[in-house]
Write a new protein. Structure first.
Length: 141
């Protein structure tokens, strides 16, 4: 069974990112465009270890995805991933049909991102290994 993230997860991550970036900038007296850049600079100067630099970069990437999440971005990602893996069908549904249906849903709220992920890859223990895995949610017309 998949562990569900807190509905507050996007807000928590966004707050964490901005708070850490503000404090790091104030502490070193420099402006950084994001935590990824701050982590690289601090690591190069020997102030933080590689592990913390990676965590800062991961948080920076996660919050960038949250800030720019949209149905269009999700559909583009699904198309790119499925095309790269040569998956024309998942759960017996053609990729073009998935994209069209997801666009019709008009998902825009952060908590709906998990539904979008479940629809795309199924909730049966992760990424399906064949094209017969059924999605955890059935889309209705």
């Amino acid at each position: 069974m998949a562990v569900r993230a807190s509905p507050d997860a996007p807000e928590i991550l966004l707050s964490l990112d901005s708070e850490v970036l503000r404090r790091v900038c104030a502490h070193v007296g420099l402006h950084f465009s994001g935590l990824g850049a701050a982590g690289r600079a601090l690591h190069r100067s020997g102030r933080i270890n590689n592990r913390l630099q990676k965590k800062m970069l991961q948080l920076d990437i996660a919050t960038a995805y949250i800030r720019h999440a949209s149905v269009l971005l999700a559909c583009a990602f699904i198309e790119e991933a499925f095309a790269a893996l040569d998956l024309r069908q998942v759960g017996g549904v053609d990729l073009d049909e998935w994209t069209e249906r997801l666009g019709q849903l008009g998902l825009s709220k952060p908590e709906e991102a998990e539904l979008l992920f479940d629809l795309a890859v199924g909730a049966q223990g992760g990424w399906p290994h064949d094209a017969t895995v059924e999605p955890s949610v059935t889309l209705k017309d």
